[in-house]
Design a protein around this ligand. Structure first.
Ligand SMILES: Cc1cc2nc3c(=O)[nH]c(=O)nc-3n(C[C@H](O)[C@H](O)[C@H](O)COP(=O)(O)OP(=O)(O)OC[C@H]3O[C@@H](n4cnc5c(N)ncnc54)[C@H](O)[C@@H]3O)c2cc1C
Length: 467
């Protein structure tokens, strides 16, 4: 029987990063993955393929909407070849998952394909195609991720009533795509198909899209999406989804209790994801779940069984790839006797619509709720020369700073390249910068980052220079 210092179950961004860090720190490491390709949800059916389709559809939209104004003429009609677009996405996924195989090999990590199940606290059985092998590990890291969840009355047929996984490989552009859920995944995929020509209707239970982000961001994105002609039905409670041949009928009640009936050819259900522990054998090892079905962990990501840890989507906290990665590193370094730390307040959240939306730290709603006295500095993207040059005028940067100390408490932005700009907010907050600090740093001109400096100037008093 093969023996390891650490065995990781699940090869998503949590699992593979944990395995690499364990190997770097000199531990004999194995990683168990039930699918043929490594990389988990993120690389196979999540972050990477969705961004590949967002990029392709963005190019198409630019070509049909903005090229002429840039003085670029395209003879003939610009057409979408969806199958080629999907094939390119598959190629990007293939290159990226192969990259993880290379990293496993480079770090001398044993990759064991098959369904991993805890036999007890130190043994894992791995079953593939009727063959079973057992390995022994001093420490085990559970990184089994999540799966799309649904509502109890919805039958996901995966043809017309679909999850994000199927939406990433449709064979045709929907005529009318109805999306249940106005969160990150629903809006990103909605924008892909909207750009490609579908009518898109979002039905959201809460009174705003992106309900966990700063309300100012929701409001601005709502304005932009409406301009793009995406229909948003907020405060609507879906009560049934039925399929009739090629038609999907969604019924919902608005906040006055009035029924609306939507008819489309596809319904994408994006109501969240559930932690995935099916077949993992938690009972055999005595590992407990919390009241939300996640693997229960303490601050050190240790389960109730001391040598078994859990990270990523399968535990509490934001379901984000980079959060899973940080947790993988934290567990590995702890096992090596180090004292790592994660500040969960500083894990950024990004929505890759266009304009992009990004946030880190506290929202205004949270600060109000906590009774913190804060000031706001906000600067519109449209006042930047860089935005005019690229015709990306929507959005703003908003900085929230403590009224007494000027320490930055939250960074919220919507606009071109916000996904990359948010790193400045994370860096600033990691070093506990004040708004004054940012306002006195040189920001390259012309760049979108000038909006960050201007928002900091606004937060420190009435000092913005370009408005
Ligand atoms: C459409 C979509 C877009 C997304 N976009 C982003 C984004 O832009 N940015 C971002 O940060 N996050 C994004 N996410 C979320 C991100 O994918 C997850 O947060 C991330 O993948 C979680 O990583 P993980 O390692 O915890 O689990 P996962 O990536 O889910 O990996 C878990 C792995 O464990 C394997 N596994 C499970 N059980 C077993 C078992 N018993 N034996 C063996 N193997 C097993 C699974 O097959 C899987 O490969 C997106 C998700 C979706 C669905």
């Amino acid at each position: 029987m093969n023996q390891y210092d650490v065995a990781v179950i699940g090869s998503g961004p949590g699992g593979y990063v944990a395995a690499i860090r364990c190997a770097q720190l000199g531990m004999k490491t194995a990683i168990v993955e039930k699918y043929d390709t490594l990389g988990g949800t993120c690389l196979n059916v999540g972050c990477i393929p969705s961004k590949a389709l967002l990029d392709s559809s963005h190019h198409y939209e630019e070509a049909i909407k903005n090229f002429a104004e840039h003085g670029i003429e395209i003879p003939g009609e610009v057409k979408v070849d969806l199958q080629r677009m999907i094939a390119r996405k598959e190629a990007v996924v293939g290159q990226t998952t192969k990259g993880i195989e290379f990293l496993m090999d480079k770090n001398k990590i044993d990759v064991l394909h098959g369904m991993g199940s805890l036999k007890d606290a130190t043994h894992i059985t791995i079953e593939q195609k009727g063959k079973t092998q057992t390995i022994e590990a001093k420490n085990i890291i559970l990184a089994t991720g999540s799966k799309p969840s649904t509502l109890p009355f919805i039958t996901l047929d995966k043809e017309r009533v679909i999850t994000s996984t199927e939406a990433l490989k449709l064979k045709e552009i929907p005529k009318h795509l109805i999306i249940i859920g106005g969160g990150v995944i629903g809006l990103e995929l909605g924008q892909v198909y909207k750009r490609l020509g579908a009518e898109v209707t979002v039905v959201e239970y809460m009174d705003r899209i992106l309900p966990t982000m700063d309300a100012g961001l929701s409001k601005e994105l709502t304005k932009v999406l409406k301009k793009q002609k995406m229909a948003l039905n907020l405060s609507h409670k879906v009560k049934s989804v039925a399929r009739k041949g090629k038609e999907v009928i969604v019924k919902a009640d608005d906040k006055k209790g009035q029924e609306i009936v939507l008819k489309g050819d596809y319904c994408l259900v994006c109501v969240g994801r559930r932690p995935y522990t099916d077949g993992l054998g938690l009972e055999a090892a005595g590992v407990k779940l919390d009241d939300k079905g996640r693997v229960a962990v303490n601050d050190r990501l240790q389960t109730n069984v001391p040598n078994i840890y859990a990270i990523g989507d399968v535990v509490r906290g934001a379901m984000l790839a980079h959060k899973a990665e940080e947790e993988g590193v934290l567990v590995a370094e702890q096992l090596a006797g180090q004292k790592p730390h994660i500040d969960y307040n500083l894990i950024p959240g990004v929505v890759y619509t266009w304009p992009e939306v990004a946030s880190v730290g506290k929202t205004e709603e949270q600060l109000k709720e906590q009774g913190v006295s804060y000031k706001v500095g906000q600067f519109p993207m449209r006042a930047l020369g860089r935005s005019r040059a690229s015709m990306d005028l929507d959005g703003f940067v908003k900085i929230l700073a403590d009224s007494n100390t000027d320490e930055i408490l939250g960074f919220h932005m919507i606009g071109a390249r916000a996904a990359d700009l948010i790193s400045e907010g994370v860096t600033a907050m990691e070093f506990r910068a004040s708004a004054e600090d940012i306002s006195r740093m040189s920001h390259a001109h012309p760049s979108y980052s000038e909006a960050v400096k201007e928002a900091a100037l606004a937060a420190t008093g009435d000092r913005p220079l370009h408005i």
